[in-house]
Design a protein around this ligand. Structure first.
Ligand SMILES: C[S@@+](CC[C@H](N)C(=O)[O-])C[C@H]1O[C@@H](n2cnc3c(N)ncnc32)[C@H](O)[C@@H]1O
Length: 273
């Protein structure tokens, strides 16, 4: 059970969560999901990340994106990851051993990056802006540490775009919208990213809209829906037996080959001048 004083978004302070190890594991689960890996790859090509780049990832988690970045940047490149969670960084250090370029992992908050201005060719935050208290401040910091002509890229899912099959549509809306509204200041975070970059003074902003699609209830999707059900009970949106019945509804759809979940990911990239 989460202590009442904690922020409802567990990603705000991973180390304070009773299930921090589970959160870390969920990042790796997502990273391994084939549709997610393709979606990530498309965004990194859109930025684009190039061999030899000096790259910073803000909110690097367990290093899923860091490993992709290192593979692209290669031996002439370097990748720095920052995250405020010690537990997450410990996990990232284990998982990033043997990366193809120089990888450095540091404890830091995206709102106060411990780097001098203009240090990086590309600075990214992937599924992070949604979770921070002051998104504009983080994006402004990302722009500050990017060299002139370098790229600033942000990508977020947008919970206002989740479409999922279920026999009880009203209950599904109540749980999905209710939980997202309870946890996030801006559940529709993805669609606001181009505006946020422009507000931070980033120029030539481009948008890549991508879709996560699942028709088989991948392990990561299952965890996502189970966490929504858990939160719905915790926030008093539904009782435990209704949450159980809701989850069972998905299992039944999968058995009939009728399960579909889609969710938009918005990736915005611009250049510093
Ligand atoms: C959903 S995870 C995404 C991790 C990684 N980017 C990925 O896609 O696998 C969000 C991460 O942002 C980190 N985070 C939360 N608040 C942050 C902040 N203010 N500055 C930087 N990172 C933050 C969390 O600790 C967590 O590791």
């Amino acid at each position: 059970m989460t202590a009442p004083s904690l922020h409802p978004d567990p990603w705000r302070d991973v180390d304070a969560q009773p299930d921090a190890a589970k959160l870390a594991a969920s990042l790796e689960l997502r990273g391994r999901t084939p549709t997610q890996a393709r979606l990530r790859g498309r965004f990194l090509r859109f930025v684009p990340i190039r061999p030899g780049d000096a790259i910073l990832e803000v909110g690097c988690g367990t290093g899923v994106v860091i490993r992709d970045l290192a593979a692209i940047a290669g031996p002439r490149g370097s990748v720095v990851g920052v995250d405020p969670s010690r537990l997450i960084l410990r996990e990232a250090r284990k998982r990033c051993r043997g990366a193809r370029s120089r990888v450095t992992l540091r404890e830091a908050d995206g709102a106060a990056l411990p780097f001098k201005g203009g240090r990086f060719d590309a600075v990214l935050a992937i599924t992070v802006i949604l979770h921070v208290a002051d998104p504009l401040r983080v994006v402004a910091e990302m722009a500050r540490v990017t060299r002139r002509g370098g790229r600033v890229g942000v990508q977020d899912q947008d919970f206002g775009t989740v479409a999922v099959t279920h026999a009880d549509r009203a209950l599904t809306d109540r749980i999905m919208r209710g939980v997202a509204a309870h946890i996030y200041a801006e559940p529709d975070s993805g669609r606001r990213l181009p505006g946020l970059l422009r507000q931070a003074g980033v120029q030539d902003v481009r948008l890549l809209t991508d879709v996560y699609q699942d028709t088989t209830l991948e392990p990561w999707t299952k965890t996502f829906l189970e966490r929504r059900a858990e939160h719905a009970v915790r926030f008093g949106i539904v009782d435990a037996s209704t949450a159980r019945r809701w989850l069972d509804g998905f299992t039944e759809l999968v058995a009939r080959g009728a399960f579909v979940l889609t969710m938009n990911y918005y990736g915005a990239v611009g250049v510093t001048r």
